[in-house]
Write a protein that binds this ligand. Structure first.
Ligand code: ADP
Ligand code: MG
Length: 263
C-alpha cells in the first residue's frame, strides 16, 4: 500500500480553561490515501473542527501524531494544504477583487505575478467563476463568495484541501451547486480532500469514506466505505438503494450514543 497523505494517530486534545478541562478528542486515528475524498461527521461538539485544525497545523494536539505527506505537522500549516472555512463573509478581503483575493496567497508564497494570475484564473474557472475576476466580494452572493474561497485554496494546487462545513451557510439549491464542484476539483487538480459536515446526506454523496466521530470524549466510532459509483449525480445517486443504506448506517451512528463507543 502507498503511504497515506494524511495520518492521524491516537490524537488527543484537551482544552484547558478556567471552567475546567474539556477532553475533546480521546484517541482519534485514521488515514487518508492520496486522491481520496473523506468526510468527517459526528454529533455537534464531537471534535470535527478540532480534528481538521490539527491536520492543518492550526492547533497543537495534547498528544498523538498528525502527519501530512509523511512529515509531522508541527506548529505551522504545511505548505501543501489549502483550507476553506464555513464563514465565507469573513474569509475574503473586501477591498480586493476576486482575482486579487485568489492571487494574494500565491504572491505571498513568492509566485511571480504573471504565473499567479494564470493559476488564479485556472482555479476560478474550475469553480465556475470565469469572467468574474474583477468583481468585489460584496457584489457576489454567498455561494459565489464561497466559490472564491475554494478557488483561493486550490489555486496553488495543494496536495490536500481541508474544508470545515464549507456549504453550511448557503441555501439548499446553492448548496447542491457547490457540492457538485467538489469531485470535479479532485479530478482536475488531483487533490485529496478532507471535509467536515454535519449533513449526513452530503457526506455520503461526496465521499469515498466517512470517518464517524463519537460523542466526546471522542474516538472514531466507525469508518464507513462509500462504494457508490462515480460520477455522482444529485438525483440518480440519492435514489440508489446503497445511498439509503449508507445514509441510515451513518445517521444511526451519529444519533444513537449507545452505538457510538466500540461499535
Ligand atoms: P465540532 O466541530 O465537532 O462541533 P469542535 O471541534 O469545534 O466540535 O469542539 C469540540 C469541543 O471542544 C466542543 O465541546 C467545544 O466547545 C470545545 N472547544 C473547541 N474549541 C475550544 C477552545 N478553544 N477552548 C475550549 N473548548 C473548546
Ligand atoms: Mg465544527
Amino acid at each position: 500500500m502507498t503511504e497515506p497523505i494524511v495520518r492521524v494517530a491516537d490524537l488527543h486534545k484537551t482544552y484547558v480553561s478556567e471552567k475546567g478541562d474539556h477532553i475533546a478528542l480521546a484517541g482519534v486515528s485514521f488515514d487518508v490515501a492520496a486522491g481520496e475524498v473523506v468526510a468527517i461527521v459526528g454529533p455537534s461538539g464531537s471534535g470535527k473542527t478540532t480534528t481538521l485544525r490539527a491536520i492543518a497545523g492550526l492547533l497543537e494536539p495534547s498528544s498523538g501524531r498528525v502527519e501530512v505527506g509523511g512529515r509531522p505537522v508541527a506548529g505551522e500549516p504545511p505548505q501543501e494544504v489549502g483550507f476553506v472555512f464555513q464563514d465565507y463573509s469573513r474569509s475574503l478581503l473586501p477591498w480586493l477583487s476576486v482575482l486579487g483575493n485568489v492571487t494574494l496567497p500565491l504572491r505571498s508564497k513568492g509566485v511571480p505575478a504573471a504565473q499567479a494570475r494564470a493559476s488564479a484564473r485556472e482555479a476560478l474557472d474550475a469553480v465556475g467563476l470565469a469572467g468574474r475576476e474583477r468583481a468585489h466580494p460584496r457584489e457576489l452572493s454567498g455561494g459565489m463568495q464561497q466559490r472564491v474561497a475554494i478557488a483561493r485554496a486550490i489555486a496553488y494546487e495543494p496536495e490536500l484541501l481541508l474544508m470545515d462545513e464549507p456549504f453550511a451557510s448557503v441555501d439548499a439549491q446553492t448548496r447542491m451547486d457547490l457540492e457538485d464542484l467538489v469531485l470535479p476539483l479532485r479530478d482536475r487538480f488531483g487533490v485529496t480532500i478532507v471535509f467536515v459536515t454535519h449533513d449526513v446526506d452530503e457526506a455520503v454523496y461526496l465521499s469515498d469514506r466517512i470517518v464517524v466521530l463519537s460523542a466526546p470524549p471522542s474516538v472514531v466510532s466507525r469508518i464507513v466505505d462509500v462504494p457508490l459509483p462515480l460520477p455522482r449525480e444529485q438525483h440518480r445517486t440519492k435514489e440508489d438503494p446503497l445511498f439509503a443504506r449508507l445514509r441510515g448506517e451513518v445517521l444511526d451512528l451519529v444519533r444513537t450514543p449507545a452505538l457510538q463507543k466500540g461499535a
